[in-house]
Design a protein around this ligand. Structure first.
Ligand code: SAH
Length: 448
């Protein structure tokens, strides 16, 4: 498949000898991305951010700039030209942030502004036909197939908001969001998440060597490192002087970056536990634990999930709009990142239609729903292909409509249940369903 023997050997070590080709390719790509991304320092706003955000969206303006005239705002040719420029070619990586084109176009991925930098907030005014309700909010990973970003953004009439979750948490996750939510007056979840590894895991400080300069984690992967590597790292460090020679330091840092290893003792590193990842992603502790969910499945579900603080920042504008609660169509719900974000924002969900093919993820979402004492109705559909007019009309008849259609793709369209041959959907077919269902909902509630 064009990978080096070393890459292939390491991937077999990580994923096991019975792993199939796709899984191995997936793992190699993830490792390459992790290596390329390195650590992440603190964000420093620069003028580059402005230039870069401003070019995306004809409906979007920095508040320091003059607003566009209404004729230019509604000039769809101009918009399409601009959307073309933010297109994302298929990635050569399997992780959230690996697409070089995407990085070049969108670096530093501050979206339409950060809560920590109010002076940089953008302004956008969507034409009537694009604005909500129903509001839509779709997360799309950089692995979207060629042309999908262009096509989908064009069909929806909005430019993507590219965000790196490192501005909202101590972990990196680079995603694009297509949505028609207002962007003024967003607010962050409370308590605001800590942004550095040592703030999140203060006990690691005692063992953290000064030459490990990481402040944030790389993107979360489902594949975790093998015990053998952990033992090798320890043995190498024990056998080295303190500080170790550069060759050892560089090798250890390479593995720490690649696998998000954390210091747990002198010369001892360990991979993140699932509950630590839950915390980094903004989920409640043990969200994915229990109910027969294996460790591997927990990692896999978490790898694909929303970073809750990031998504909540975008969804926060709904709080004032829907003081009496919100009706949600949750597509590809996974472990319920959107539901958790709304709940943590204090937005009541009066009814949710959740569509999720994985029984494990459905169990996790149902468990969370019951445990958090949600008063609304949670209706679950197994397969996106079963979301037809009858299902939508039934919900609309019972609840009067939908206020928000939210959907997450996965970070990695080759992984687990997202693969076609395991009954999941990936690539363009997934986006086709977003569009199909959004169109049907708009039609059925008389917005067409
Ligand atoms: N945003 C979610 C995760 C999305 S990952 C979260 O916060 O957890 C994409 C999800 O789509 C996966 O959970 C996968 O199981 C689901 N999926 C894939 N094919 C599907 C199909 N045909 N019908 C319904 N869900 C599907």
């Amino acid at each position: 498949m064009g990978y080096s023997r070393d890459d292939a050997t390491s991937a077999i070590e990580r994923c096991g000898e019975d792993a199939d080709e796709i899984e191995l390719a997936d793992s190699i790509l993830a490792a390459q991305t992790a290596e390329r991304e390195g650590g992440f320092g603190e964000y420093n706003a620069s003028n580059e951010d402005e230039k870069h955000i401003d070019k995306y969206d004809p409906f979007l303006h920095n508040n320091k700039r003059q607003r566009y005239s209404s004729s230019s705002r509604h000039n769809s040719t101009q918009m399409h030209e601009r959307l073309k420029r933010v297109s994302c070619r298929p990635s050569t990586s399997s992780c959230h942030g690996g697409d070089a084109d995407m990085d070049r176009e969108t670096n530093p991925m501050v979206g339409f502004g950060l809560p920590t930098d109010p002076g940089r907030q953008m302004f956008r005014e969507l034409p009537k036909e694009t604005g909500g309700p129903p509001y839509f909010y779709f997360e799309i990973g950089p692995l979207a197939p060629k042309g999908v970003w262009d096509k989908f953004a064009r069909n929806l009439g909005v430019a993507p908001e590219f965000v790196n979750s490192k501005f909202f948490s101590a972990t990196c996750k680079k995603q694009g969001y297509l949505h028609n939510l207002p962007i003024a007056n967003r607010f962050q979840l409370e308590p605001v998440s800590k942004k550095t590894i040592l703030e999140v895991f203060p006990s690691a400080r005692a063992h953290w060597p000064p030459w490990d300069t990481r402040t944030q984690f790389n993107c979360i992967q489902a594949c975790i490192t093998k015990t053998k590597l952990i033992e090798q790292i320890q043995a190498k460090l024990v056998a080295s002087p303190d500080p170790p020679p550069d060759t050892v330091k560089n090798w250890v840092m390479y593995e720490c970056n690649k696998w998000n290893l954390i210091w747990v003792g002198q010369n001892r590193v360990a991979p993140l536990e699932a509950d630590e990842i839950e915390f980094l992603l903004g989920f409640p502790r043990n969200h994915t634990r229990g109910g027969g969910v294996s460790r591997t499945e927990r990692y896999r579900s978490l790898e694909n999930s929303f970073q809750v603080d990031t998504v909540a920042y975008h969804l926060s504008v709904l709080k004032d709009m829907f003081p009496n609660g919100i009706r949600v169509l949750s597509l590809f719900s996974g472990i319920g990142g959107a539901e958790v974000a709304l709940h943590r924002l204090g937005i009541k969900m009066t009814a949710v239609m959740s569509v999720e093919v994985s029984p494990i993820n459905r169990t996790i979402l149902r468990g969370w729903w019951d445990q958090t004492g949600q008063k609304g109705e949670l209706e679950v559909i197994d397969d996106i292909q079963c979301v037809d007019d009858a299902a939508l009309k039934g919900f609309i008849a019972r609840h009067g409509g939908f206020d928000l259609i939210v959907g997450g793709s996965s970070c990695n369209n080759l992984t687990g249940s997202n693969r076609d041959h395991r009954g999941g959907l990936h690539g363009e077919r997934l986006f086709f369903h977003y569009q199909r269902i959004l169109d049907r909902v708009r039609y059925l509630i008389g917005r067409h």
